[in-house]
Design a protein around this ligand. Structure first.
Ligand code: ZN
Ligand code: ZN
Length: 159
């Protein structure tokens, strides 16, 4: 599965790649998980772990079923975000088409209008909060599991 991620260094396993992504990222106030890739420029797509795009690597290990034929799209429009719930794969055609929008999200919350576009925000705040809560729980478990998998002692890392 990781072999589908272009440019990814072969030395990574799914577990060590998860750990690498978690170590290089920080949560922003609006719920994005901002990753620090090579170079100093922020706000653009970031490269990590060889020459892999961080958001694609994140999709592959945290969402799964990455299809290299499709784009990985940011629902939050933040290019250096790797928050799995902000990422989705869609066909290029679907990405360009603007479809009629539902006034509620798929979980029945009323959607908010994005004042800059006049359309509904793609991301639902209520769902986002819920996703973040689940993510924090999972992140703690992932880090513990990944550390154990690579044989790193708790004391060797200072999160
Ligand atoms: Zn985001
Ligand atoms: Zn919702």
């Amino acid at each position: 599965m990781l072999s589908r991620v272009n440019g990814l260094s072969r030395r990574y396993t799914e577990e060590t790649l998860r750990l690498h992504l978690l170590e290089r990222s920080a949560r922003s106030d609006d719920g994005c998980l901002i990753v620090r890739g090579y170079g100093r420029q922020r706000g653009i797509y970031q490269k990590i772990a060889g020459r892999a795009w961080a958001h694609i690597a994140s999709y592959a290990v945290f969402v799964g079923d990455y299809d290299p034929a499709l784009d990985v799209d940011h629902l939050c429009n933040v290019k250096d975000c790797i928050e799995p719930t902000h990422l989705r794969q869609v066909s290029r055609a679907e990405n360009c088409r603007s479809r009629p929008q539902q006034p509620q999200c798929r979980n029945g919350h009323d959607r908010e209008i994005d004042t800059s576009t006049g359309r509904y925000r793609k991301m639902c705040r209520a769902c986002n909060r819920e996703a973040q809560r689940r993510w924090r729980e999972r992140q703690a478990a992932e880090v513990a599991r990944a550390r154990a998998a690579v044989g790193v002692t708790q004391a060797a890392y200072d999160f």
